[in-house]
Design a binder for this molecule. Sequence first.
Ligand SMILES: O=C(O)CCC(=O)C(=O)O
Ligand SMILES: [Fe+2]
Length: 117
Amino acid sequence: MFDQAIINLYDSGEGIGDHIDLLRFADGIVGFNFGSPATMRLRPVVDASDRERAVRYAEELHNDCANQVIVKLQPGDVYALSGDARFHWTHGFPAFIDGATNVSGRRISVTLRKLHD
Ligand SMILES: O=C(O)CCC(=O)C(=O)O
Ligand SMILES: [Fe+2]
């Protein structure tokens, strides 16, 4: 099903901004969380019907943030993004949350994806 794995390394004070993964990747993305616990934030984008636009401008197109979903990942946890969560919601790991670093120590993530044929 998957044909690639990306490994990301985050030190304390680092994160990844809200984004939608590129459309060249198929639906169904799986991520493993190792090392530090970390908080993932998902937010719906306004009018995600145009997927190209949603991917390109994901950071500016956030809808009502009260609608956001916070997922607290422990070491060894696995998450999956598919359907709306993959195409119509952004995901990100803020560097700081309420003034505190999201990652304490080092975090390693492994993300599995499939490129469209
Ligand atoms: O570090 C993670 O778990 C997420 C990485 C990610 O969203 C990405 O590489 O597109
Ligand atoms: Fe991503």
